[in-house]
Ligand binder design. Structure first.
Ligand SMILES: *Cc1c(COP(=O)(O)O)cnc(C)c1O
Length: 351
């Protein structure tokens, strides 16, 4: 008996999430985790840390509800959007239930399912990265939770609203539909929030890690109807949100914080456009997929060589070569003007 063999079998078999940080690299240009390249200048206002925090910090819940256009009872604050993903699996899946997701997409749906010992079924996206609804409909048998991501990471496109509504219709009274809106600030008109009124089985994942430039804070939100939020509240840790986190997150949602975030979004969009125009001219580039988010997916003639060469030059991107259907593709986070220039120069000088 070793410690490892004492651990659960599915944990022994688990490949942990290959986070950008975990993959390492020695760089001065980090464009592999879809972070915002600059930090907001927030300062702690709370000075009292001897008491446990509120289970769900009221000011933060109210601020996010106002920002998202929902009532406070529709909001659960979590440790990053990632915690919301896992809470939903833990709260809704019995041992022989399944989750379903649509690759190529965010890796945490699979990792969270595996961690919980829940079988994950996949129904690949279509060639234009949309939902294959017929195939999903044929695979719902044991499925309790369905994860979809819009804008989708790593492809950058939105899922069609009509398809999401059809998905919600076909899953009524049988499964939870999770719409991951981690990047929705870059296309706010595409949110599914209004659909909460009609669909008690809809859960929306949000985060401060991307457009709000606060990945270091670890603060996310799940938006859903009160009954679903109530179920998640039963399984979340008793004091999940540290006082400094709710303090800073509440500031980020103030009028000034929101206007800074909107500036971030405008900067990213302008830089994204510049990056696309520059890359389009390069013979190394085969295709650039349209993006509604703060990253672009680029197909190269030889993606592995480009990735490796830039890695060695200290420019760290996210290789997608092993993702389903994304051979030779690299995901590039939109950085500062200087960082984006470095990327373009490094790629253009590559044989
Ligand atoms: C970044 C991201 C999240 C959540 O990240 P957190 O830092 O845990 O809030 C969720 N979904 C997708 C698709 C993401 O890219």
């Amino acid at each position: 008996m070793t410690i490892t063999t004492l651990s659960r079998k599915n944990i022994q078999a688990l490949t942990p999430y290959q986070s950008a940080r975990r993959l390492g690299g020695k760089g001065d240009v980090w464009l592999n985790a879809n972070e915002y390249p600059l930090s907001p200048g927030l300062n702690l206002q709370q000075r009292q840390f001897n008491r446990y925090p509120e289970a769900q910090p009221e000011k933060l819940v109210n601020a996010y509800a106002a920002y998202a256009g929902v009532a406070p009872e529709n909001v659960l604050v979590t440790r990053g959007g990632d915690e919301g993903i896992e809470l939903i699996i833990r709260a809704f899946c019995e041992a022989d239930d399944q989750v379903l997701y649509c690759p190529p997409t965010y890796g945490m749906y699979a990792v969270s399912a595996e961690t919980c010992g829940i079988t994950a079924k996949t129904v690949p996206l279509t060639a234009d990265f949309q939902l294959d609804l017929a195939n999903i409909a044929n695979n719902l048998a044991k499925v309790k939770v369905i994860f979809v991501c819009s804008p989708n990471n790593p492809t950058g496109n939105l899922l069609r609203r009509a398809d999401l509504i059809q998905l919600l219709e076909m899953t009524k009274n049988r499964a939870i539909v999770v719409v991951d809106e981690a990047y929705i600030e870059f296309c706010p008109e595409s949110t599914m929030v209004q659909m909460l009124t009609n669909y008690p089985h809809l859960a929306i994942i949000r985060t401060l890690s991307k457009a709000f430039a606060l990945a270091g804070l670890r603060c996310g939100f799940t938006l859903a109807n009160q009954e679903l939020i109530g179920v998640l509240q039963k399984v979340i840790a008793p004091y999940p949100i540290p006082v400094p986190v709710s303090d800073l997150a509440t500031q980020a949602l103030s009028e000034q914080g929101l206007s800074e975030m909107q500036n971030n979004v405008a900067q990213v969009k302008a830089q994204r456009q510049w990056l696309i125009e520059q890359l389009q001219r390069l013979p190394q580039v085969e295709d650039i997929f349209p993006s509604e988010a703060n990253y672009i997916l680029v197909k190269f003639k030889n993606g592995n060589d480009i990735f490796k060469s830039l890695w060695e030059q200290g420019i760290i991107l996210r290789n997608q070569n092993n993702a389903l259907g994304l051979e030779n593709c690299i995901r590039i986070t939109v950085g500062t003007a200087e960082e984006n220039l470095r990327v373009v120069e490094a790629i253009s000088s590559q044989k």
